[in-house]
Design a protein around this ligand. Structure first.
Ligand code: SF4
Length: 172
């Protein structure tokens, strides 16, 4: 049996804790904290270490599914899934314009090195100007303060104004 250790990291949240995966004949056998990782030095929480259970879960989705007319989820090929999504996006753009579509980046994709640029490039190709994030969501709740200037002090209005300007600069 060929067994090897592979250095990897947890994708669940920002620390990206170092892990060591033991792989045997293409199968993940063990997942442990990486004591030699220069930053996390052997720390990994239960969520990260439970990655092996998620990996092996019989309900894990390893291929595309499409909702059939009768409501069943049916397996389709990757090419079929991509064609289906592309056709639906084209139809939306044709009927409502590109800004009917929006990009959204939240955890864990926000700190994924390649996901952010890929999502931005995809949005640019589609032609949409709508680009949102978990930051947009968290901050937009403060906008109503600006609409009711008499209901708060001038210092609170100034703070809210700065927050809104900062948020707007992140929304393209
Ligand atoms: S091991 Fe825990 S703390 Fe570390 S990245 Fe994963 S979920 Fe986050």
């Amino acid at each position: 049996m060929s067994e090897r250790e592979v250095r990897t990291f947890c994708r669940v949240c920002e620390p990206a804790c170092g892990l060591v995966a033991t792989v045997s004949e293409g199968r993940l056998e063990k997942l442990l904290p990486d004591r030699e990782h220069p930053v996390t030095r052997g720390f990994a929480c239960n969520k990260g270490l439970a990655g092996i259970e998620i990996h092996r879960d019989p309900d894990r989705l390893d291929f595309p599914l499409r909702r059939a007319v009768d409501g069943r989820a049916e397996r389709v090929s990757w090419d079929g899934a991509i064609d289906g999504v592309a056709g639906a996006l084209r139809a939306l753009i044709a009927e409502h314009g590109p800004n009917a579509l929006a990009m959204y980046v939240g955890n864990p994709s926000a700190f994924n090195t390649l996901a952010g640029p890929a999502i931005g490039a995809f949005g640019a190709q589609l032609g949409t100007k709508r680009n949102f994030s978990s930051g947009t969501r968290a901050r937009s709740t403060r906008f109503p303060i600006l609409r009711t200037p008499t209901s708060c002090s001038s210092s609170a209005r100034t703070r809210a104004s700065r927050t809104a300007a900062s948020s707007r600069s992140r929304i393209r």
